[in-house]
Write a protein that binds this ligand. Sequence first.
Ligand SMILES: Cc1ncc(COP(=O)(O)O)c(C=O)c1O
Length: 365
Amino acid sequence: MDWIPVYTPYLRGNVFAYVNECLTTGWISSRGEFIDRFERAFEAFSGAPAATSVANGTVALHLALVALGIGPGDEVIVPSFTYIASVNTILQAGATPVYADSLEATLQVDPAAIRRAVTPRTRAVMAVHLYGHPCEMDAIVGICRDHDLLLVEDCAEAFGSRWKGRHVGTFGDAATFSFFGNKTITTGEGGMVVARDPAVMARARHLKSQGQSPTREYWHDVLAYNYRMTNIEAAIGLSQIELADEILAGKRRIAAAYRAGLAGLPLRTHDPVGEIDHSYWMCSVILNEPAAREPLRDHLRQCGVDTRPFFPPAHLMPHSRADGSFPVAASLSQRGINLPSFPALTAAQIDYICRTIADYFHQQS
Ligand SMILES: Cc1ncc(COP(=O)(O)O)c(C=O)c1O
C-alpha cells in the first residue's frame, strides 16, 4: 500500500478552468470577479447573511475580533482544547483569553464551564467547532444572551457542519472559516469572515483593505490591514463550493467506514452527539489509554499511514499559559489521533488502516 497522507485536497471540477481564466486575463491579485462570486456562493451555501473573504483563517479571527470592537481590558472565553490561532488572535487583539474546559463526548467546549468563567470583564465567547462537530449552540447562545456577551464562532474546521439544521457560523455576532489546503473546502490559503450586523461587516471590509476611504483615493482613516484574498484563491474556492456536497458526502462515507471497521477496539470514533450534522473535517479516534497513542502512531507510520495527534491544550503553552485545571482538555489532547480524512480515500485504504490499527492492539494483547 502506498503512503496514505492525513489529507490531500480534492481539486476537481472547474478548478483548472477558473484558475486559467485568472492567468489568461491577468486578474491574479485581490481584484477580479471570482472574489465576489466566491463570497456570494459561500453565503448561499452557509446561509450567512454576509461574507467577506480574507487571506487565511487566522487573520479572519483577528479581523472579526477587531471589527466587533474587542480589545484591551476585554476577556474572551475560549476552550483550552483548540488550535492555537483561536487564542493567539485574542491576544493579538489585545484582549485576554480565559479558558474553559471541554466535553469528553463531543470534544467541544463545555457550556457549564463557559458559564463559570464569566466575570464582569467578559466581553465575548469564542466557540470553536472542533474537527467538524458543532458546539452546543442553544446553550452557548443562551449564556451570551443572559450575560450580554458577543459570540464569535471559529468555524475553521467546520465548513458543512450544522446544529439542528442550521450551518455553524450563523449563530454568532461574527464567525470565521479557514480554507487551508487540508480544510473541507480549500483555496490554498484563505479564510472568510461572516457577520450578522451590517455595520460590523462594513468595518471588517474596511479594515481588511488598509482602511481605504470609499470617497478619497489613498486616504486611510483608520489603522488597518491588508488581509485580502486573491482572485486566484477565490477561483479555487468557487470551484470547491461547487463540489461541497460531493466532498461532504465523501467524508460521511469515510467516517461511517471507520466507525464500522474500528468497532470493538479500545478506542472510540468521534461520533455525532445530538441533532447535528458532523462534517468530519478530521476523522478522529480517542483511545482509552493515552500510553497507546504514540506507539500506535509509530506502528501506523511504519505501515505507511500518516496521522496527527490532537492539539495540546493552549493553557499549557509558554505564551498563552494560564493557571487552572482543564482535565478534559488535558486528557483528550493525550488520547486523540486524526486519521486520514481526505474525501478521495478509497474503501480499500480505509480497510487497510482499520486492519493496521486492529493488528496493533492484537499484538499488545
Ligand atoms: C480552529 C482553528 N482556528 C483557526 C485556524 C487558522 O486557520 P489558518 O490556518 O487558515 O490561518 C485553524 C487552522 O487550522 C483552526 O483549526
